[in-house]
Write a protein that binds this ligand. Structure first.
Ligand code: HEM
Length: 489
């Protein structure tokens, strides 16, 4: 691709080279990443070789090949990681299927990986590489200068004032969809939120018209669901290729979504139509030589943000109402705001529950050596449930997030949005969206779990309630908790 250096009028506050841009210094051309391999056998062989090439010992853990361990970890990562923490402490090694993964848990380890030594960890060569066949080279799957430049192009779209401009669209979509909430009705809240969140992402982030897509025969939400279901398939099925495999189905959904995105890019380029959306920003970005972004990189960022921008908010909203249904007294407590309810939901159910990385160089942490070149994961989900860090960690208690108690959180203790220079780009947008959905529903209604419902969590790649979240709508009989100004952006 052509370089993205010195883009007009766009600043990335996290980029150390920005000072150079404003003083007229011309940065070198930034190349896109080399194509990533997607052959599962070649990738697995690379992992095995990396383990063998370790130059320092691995932290303690379980090293022998074990299908039982692999399956248990895939089915119930939270409880297996909590058990390993009990046995080995915050830094340990697990052989998962064919290769070792070093797991980091707890405040110090999270801070090390996300902030103090973040430059030693790469996203693209870690397990986020599995997203490349769907997302391409977007923010979640790239590193270094290319990632920094792409992020700097999009940061302005997530400034507070820009999010405030989106609130109207968010409220309009939520109000329209909320018509199904009538007392006595049974609604699958997960499906409902997925539908709303995808429409919001399409309209507010990209100026795409979901109704036009539907009229053209494309159910974007359904295609996304179908593409993402690949990541929920059994591991052995994920590596299979050929007709009727989950991989092929994912690629077919990808092709239909591509048609929508490339069609819109072409339409905008032809018509010159622009709006206050990210697609317009990406289309208009030019470097000092007048180079523009290639369509495929624009497509990759649109796909990445549509995924990141709706999947996490959908799951979080579902878990929030699941816990409210089990703890209705929370809504009667005048000390508790929607913001606190959301913070506690994200502690217990951080949607992007695992952060996979590849270590570049060997490093030392909490008395252990960790080899370079190998897979390293942090896990916010298990970190948020450590019994020696959080009191009564499996209890839903929004009072943990009063201002005073929030100020006492240790660095790296609470990381539902990651941390450091790659903190979730859509954090404020997601918080505002979930805040508006929660307030709109709670103003008039209470949602009860249908009798016999048992939460079963799937990981795909974010956590969500398997089979959805069926709830019965009841009329609200008490007031609505306050929506903090921060959530209303
Ligand atoms: C409750 C909602 C959300 C949660 C819990 C969440 C969580 C996260 C987490 C944990 C990461 C970092 C992953 C890691 O360290 O490995 C992340 C990154 C990211 N998120 Fe979110 N997210 C949410 C909503 C959103 C929304 C609404 C958008 C877009 C509109 C978004 C876009 C992104 C992007 C682009 C990144 C990658 C940033 C980078 O690498 O520079 N997220 N998110």
């Amino acid at each position: 691709m052509r370089g993205l250096a010195s883009f007009r009028g766009l600043r990335d506050p996290s980029s150390e080279t920005d000072a150079g841009v404003s003083s007229g210094y011309s940065r070198p051309m930034v190349q896109g990443p080399p194509p990533a391999g997607t052959n599962p056998l070649a990738l697995m062989w690379g992992d095995i070789k990396a383990d063998r090439a370790a130059t320092v010992p691995f932290p303690p853990g379980e090293f022998g090949f074990s299908m039982a361990r692999t399956r248990r970890y895939a089915a119930d990562p939270l409880n297996s990681l909590l058990e390993y923490y009990e046995r080995f402490g915050p830094v340990f090694t697990l052989k998962i299927f064919h290769h070792n993964v070093v797991v980091l848990l707890g405040p110090e380890a999270n801070h090390h990986l996300l902030v103090s030594n973040a430059q030693n960890f790469r996203w693209r060569e870690g397990h986020f590489r599995d997203l490349i066949p769907l997302m391409g080279d977007g923010l979640l799957t790239t590193d270094g200068a290319f990632h920094r430049e792409q992020r700097s192009l999009m940061v302005p779209a997530f400034h507070k004032h820009r999010i405030r401009e989106s609130l109207g669209v968010i409220q309009e979509e939520v109000d329209r969809a909320a018509e199904v909430f009538v007392p006595g009705a049974v609604v699958d809240l997960y499906e409902w939120t997925r539908h709303v969140a995808l429409r919001i992402a399409m309209r507010a982030l990209f100026g795409l018209d979901p109704d036009a897509a539907r009229a053209g025969g494309l159910d974007a939400a359904g295609e996304f669901e179908s593409a993402l279901s690949y990541y929920g398939a059994d591991f052995m099925l994920q590596i299979a290729r050929g007709p009727f495999t989950p991989y092929t189905r994912m690629q077919q959904s990808r092709a239909r979504l591509d048609e929508l995105i490339y069609g819109e890019i072409a339409r905008r380029r032809r018509s010159g139509e622009r709006g206050p959306d990210i697609l317009s920003m990406l289309l208009d970005a030019t470097d000092e030589h007048g180079a523009v972004l290639e369509d495929r990189y624009i497509r990759d960022e649109v796909m990445t943000l549509m995924f990141a921008g709706h999947d996490t908010t959908t799951s979080t909203t579902s878990f929030l109402f699941y816990e409210l249904a089990r703890n209705p007294e929370v809504l009667e407590d005048p000390r508790i705001s929607i913001e606190m309810i959301l913070d506690e939901t994200l502690r217990m159910y951080p949607a992007a529950h695992i952060g996979p990385r590849r270590a570049v160089e060997p490093f030392e942490l909490l008395g252990h050596t960790v080899p370079g070149g190998i897979h390293v994961h942090y896990c916010s989900w298990a970190s948020h449930r450590l019994p020696d860090v959080w009191e009564d960690p499996h209890r839903f208690d929004p009072l943990r997030f009063t201002e005073e108690r929030r100020a006492q959180l240790r660095k790296g203790q609470y990381v539902p949005f990651g941390g450091g220079s790659r903190t979730c780009l859509g954090m404020r947008f997601g918080q505002a969206e979930i805040g508006i959905i929660a307030r709109t529903i709670l103003e008039r209604h209470r949602l009860e779990l249908v009798p016999g419902y048992e939460l079963d969590i799937r990981h795909m790649p974010t956590i969500s309630p398997r089979g959805g979240l069926p709830v019965t709508v009841r009329r609200a009989t008490s007031g609505t908790p306050a929506l903090e100004p921060a959530l209303a952006a």
